[in-house]
Design a binder for this molecule. Sequence first.
Ligand code: SAM
Length: 318
Amino acid sequence: MSTTARQVIDRTRARLKIRTRLRAFADPTSGPARPTVQSGANGAAPRKGPAPLTPVGPGHRTTPQGTWRIEPGTGFFDRHPRFLDTSEVAANNWRLNLRHEAIITANKDVLEGAEVLDIASHDGRWTAAALLAGARHVVGAEGRPELVEHAAENLAHYGIGPDRYRFIVGDLFSTLEEEKPQADVVLCLGFLYHTMRYDDVFRLMRQSNAEHLVLDTRIEPSDEPVMRVRTNGLEGQGSAFTEDPISTGQVLVGRPSVPALRRMARVYGYELDRYPDWFGILEDNPDAREVGVYKKGLRATLRFRRDRSLDVAAAPEA
Ligand SMILES: C[S@@+](CC[C@H](N)C(=O)[O-])C[C@H]1O[C@@H](n2cnc3c(N)ncnc32)[C@H](O)[C@@H]1O
């Protein structure tokens, strides 16, 4: 073969290699093509198609108009107002009522009769909401003892028996590793932006053997599987919590894009299942306040389901 012909072949091979690498980098699933859900972070219509590269979009509602309308005074947190007093963190009734629709009402099908693990259970707001939506039992994990006290008082106030819940107090990275609570559904709400330990969180969620994960978190608006590096203070109820003696009063936290969350979830055997209809929830409640982050696609609620086809070696049938 002549030198020129060899050079052309080498150049073509190199170009193909680069193109393949770029595609793998951009593709959040980076696996074999499979039908998947594709939609905006907050409720664009699910479509069949290749792996989504543009998860944040204008979207449109996926349920009939009026489905999510909350008449003044009738939302979950209007009916359970103690939670507005026992937390300093975004305890606005509109915001919490709308989150309740996306987190609880939209996931009632998997919460009914379920064992639930509530990661960062705070003052018990979502533990109570899950139990009142029909969950059988909830284990809450929370670092701040005073919040766990509020949670127990709140649940007692709303007539929920102590046999239906248990709270684990302390840094959840050590407590959950030690206790390994099992669950059908994990609620991981308002927590992921308090940590950089995503690998550990996903491993802890998988360790629970949950069939479904419901995540609600701030997201980085990007088509790429990226994470923005940020820091979080340790003061106040809405901050990170750590028992690490080496501390500057700040912890590293990450803000992932939706493709990044999907990529991390897949490594632990979970596939994106659905986006609750945030677009419809917001459209039906135009007067809602303090929900700008959801409107702008900077915060999302996502439901993942266990996909056993992602396991490398499935255990043989008994
Ligand atoms: C923003 S609040 C979220 C409350 C609730 N889950 C929600 O979504 O409305 C975050 C909670 O996570 C708790 N937290 C943060 N880092 C933690 C850790 N490493 N271990 C246990 N709890 C932690 C905080 O104490 C706080 O109650």
